[in-house]
Ligand binder design. Structure first.
Ligand SMILES: [Cu+2]
Length: 475
């Protein structure tokens, strides 16, 4: 839940309290800490609705999937933020929490949302056991504000606060992350989103009705444990959006006809082809800026390479519950051992019982494929994510990792992000079981619009039956 002190924070903003800290990636004296903007913290993984109503803002506020936007205060025309780098507990899915590092109580950290031309001052307090820094990925800024420890600034030592200040010069989609002991700190979940909205109508940045953002992050957490292995380079077992795994990732709820923007940044060590069902989208921008109109084309999948950001846009004009996921099939699964042998087609008859006499919990997995895993409730170690999970209206969804659902509803009120529940399909619009014999013979009856009956006994495997427009049929 949002910290109730936030209300106080907003009140304090009106007072315009002066901050006496030294500016310029310099250490803030301890005496000045009392006057820093309050470090607002948040513990829950729920998706926070926009903090401010869109009216009067001049832009549609971004919604951070299973995350939130960092409040700021105005101080003599400067937007002031306070980030705290610290150890956090992140619930990745119900029943499974990880010990990560992040910002202000969460991994990823809160989204920083500003407007083109804003003067921005960000205080960064380090409560980690080692030094850190923050790099503002993609921003135009003075070199000394780029956040590369050792190269452009001294590292922020534990217990110290440093301050960054620059003007958000170009509108777009950005992120922030440490540039100090990066391998460890990003493997532990230190990252956050940054959105700069255009100040006025922009020829390449369309107004949208919904604007979502999330970061791709990968973790290697052994089943039953809580802390990521930081040395892992390729064998990750948790593929997350904003450090959440399906079914822990909230749906993206939109109103039919909305123009929807989704911003995605990749801080894993591999690429992720992000795929949308039921609609075509265009890539309208990257962390390099808006894409020229002549360089946009329709897609249903776009690859987000390592260290890249993509913003996609589409008109949500088809009602329903539409899958939205990484197309690498191993990235829509949760923790499992990669050493599980492929057993499809292997006859296990009688084998399990014989092994169970020696190993009581032994279960045979995978001889009919692995879909059974979605329905199986085998004994798991405490604090372990199910490998594939998620119950839908028709049964097990059997997905994990980088998967969510875009819920398009005609009756979803504008600006309402609450989950409307599962889609209620119009009668006759759901794939249905073929009523005939499983061996390929026809159904008992036929009618217009229904599959045509084949005379009993005439169908042979491999025979194609063609139904002509006249309603007759041929063999
Ligand atoms: Cu992927």
């Amino acid at each position: 839940m949002m910290n109730p002190r936030r209300q106080f924070f907003r009140g304090a903003a009106a007072l315009g309290a002066a901050v006496g800290a030294t500016v310029g990636a310099a250490t803030v004296p301890r005496s000045a800490l009392a006057r820093l903007p309050e470090a607002v913290s948040r513990s829950g993984p729920e998706t926070a609705p926009p903090a401010t109503p869109a009216a009067g803002l001049g832009y549609t506020p971004v919604v951070t999937l299973n995350g939130w936007t960092l409040p700021w205060r105005m101080n003599a025309g400067v937007k002031e933020f306070h980030l705290v780098a610290e150890p956090v507990v992140r619930e990745m899915a119900p029943g499974f929490s990880a010990h990560l590092w992040g910002y202000n109580g969460q991994s990823p950290g809160p989204t920083i949302e500003v407007v083109e031309g804003d003067r921005v001052r960000i205080f960064v307090t380090n409560r980690l056991p080692e030094h850190t820094s923050i790099h503002w990925h993609g921003q135009r800024l003075p070199n000394g504000m780029d956040g590369v420890s050792g190269l452009t600034q001294p590292a922020i030592e534990p217990g110290r606060t440093m301050v960054y200040e620059f003007t958000a010069r170009r509108p777009g989609t950005f992120m922030y992350h440490p540039h100090a002991d990066e391998m460890v700190q990003m493997a532990m979940g230190m990252m956050g989103f940054w959105v700069t909205h255009p100040r006025a109508r922009h020829p390449l940045i369309a107004p949208v009705d919904r604007d979502f953002c999330f970061l791709l992050a990968a973790y290697d957490i052994e089943p039953g444990s809580r802390t990521p292995r930081v040395m892992t380079m390729s064998e990750f077992n948790l593929w997350t959006w904003n450090s959440r795994i399906y079914p822990g990732i909230d749906p993206l709820v939109v109103r039919k006809g909305d123009r929807v923007r989704i911003r995605v940044g990749n801080l894993t060590m591999t690429n992720h082809p992000i795929h949308l069902h039921g609609h075509e989208f265009e890539v309208t921008g990257t962390d390099g800026g808006p894409v020229p109109l002549a360089a946009r084309w329709p897609e249903v999948t776009t690859d987000v390479a390592v260290g890249q950001m993509r913003q996609i846009e589409f008109i949500a004009d088809e009602e329903g519950d539409w899958g939205f996921h990484c197309h690498k099939s191993h990235h829509t699964m949760n923790a499992m051992g990669h050493s599980v042998p492929t057993l499809i087609g292997v006859d296990h008859t009688g084998l399990a019982a014989r092994i169970r006499a020696l190993v009581p919990d032994y279960m045979v997995m995978g001889e009919r494929g692995m879909a059974d895993m979605g329905e199986m409730t085998m004994p798991l170690p405490e604090n372990t994510a199910p490998m594939m999970a998620g119950q839908g209206p028709f049964g097990a969804i059997a997905m994990g990792g980088m998967f969510s659902v875009i819920k398009v509803r005609a009756d979803q009120p504008p600006g309402d992000y609450r989950d409307p529940g599962w889609y209620r399909h119009p009668p006759g619009s759901v794939a249905r079981e073929w009523p005939g014999e499983a061996d390929g013979s026809g159904p008992a009856t036929s009618s217009p619009g229904e599959p045509t009956r084949a005379p009993a006994g005439q169908a042979t495997p491999g025979t194609a039956r063609v139904r002509k427009p006249s309603g007759g049929h041929a063999h």
